[in-house]
Design a protein around this ligand. Structure first.
Ligand SMILES: *[C@@H]1O[C@H](CO)[C@@H](O)[C@H](O)[C@H]1NC(C)=O
Length: 219
């Protein structure tokens, strides 16, 4: 009898835990909530002010220009064009966004995380070495992707994409947030404003003082 009760309690706790876990992404509460900056004409509040649904048009759900490659003429040889809620107001409350990733030959999208979004990437052209690292213990999951290959980078984990081909590469990615955010590790650590005390970085990365000073100046 007691065994039966404790089994029931265990099942109830597990059911509660799984419903809490799946309650992660809040319901949008309405069909859509096109974000609006002018609060005088905003009528509903849900995170951002929503545009009056009677004033909403198809253009609020439309973005044009992801056919245009980003300029990869920078130090890392890559460029991410992100279509988030700031560029497409209709994404507000819908928990999704889209990115175009361009890579010069041997271009790198350096190690970074999206604090609020899982990323699902598809390669359209070229060959990318991709990977992500788990939280402690830091296990690397890595793969070489070719045209048509898909890879998922779980929310919050440090990941990268590296064009290992001699030609330009192109990928698109969906992200499970209207504003996934990005923390580029090297920039955050060595390029913060104001800078992190160099002694912190010298000890953390076991680097020479000159190297830390160089990196803090350069990034
Ligand atoms: C990415 O490309 C756009 C469009 O060419 C450009 O304005 C932007 O500066 C580029 N970003 C970087 C980091 O190179």
């Amino acid at each position: 009898m007691m065994k039966g009760v404790s089994f029931f309690v265990t099942v109830a706790i597990l059911a509660l835990a799984s419903s809490l876990a799946s309650a992660y992404d809040p319901s949008p509460l309405q069909d859509f909530c096109v974000a609006i900056n002018d609060i005088k004409s905003g009528v509903f509040v849900n995170g951002k002010f929503c545009k009056d649904p009677a004033m909403v048009s198809a253009n609020d759900f439309f973005f044009s220009g992801l056919n245009i490659p980003g300029n990869t003429g920078n130090k890392v040889g890559s460029n991410v064009t992100l279509v988030n809620v700031d560029k497409l107001a209709g994404l507000n409350t819908l928990g999704i966004s889209l990115a175009r990733l361009d890579f010069a030959p041997y271009g790198l999208n350096p190690p970074h995380t999206h604090p609020r979004g899982t990323e699902l990437l598809v390669v359209i052209e070229g060959t990318l070495l991709v990977g992500f690292v788990t939280s402690n213990p830091n296990k690397l999951f890595t793969k070489v992707l070719n045209k048509g290959d898909v890879f998922v980078f779980p929310i919050g984990l440090i990941h990268f994409q590296f064009n290992i081909g001699e030609t330009a590469a192109l990928a698109f990615a969906g992200l499970s947030s209207q504003n996934p955010g990005v923390i580029t590790i090297a920039n955050a650590v060595f390029g913060s404003v104001p800078p992190i005390n160099p002694d912190v970085l010298i000890k953390a990365f076991q680097l020479d003082k000159n190297v830390v000073e160089y990196l803090q100046k350069d990034i």
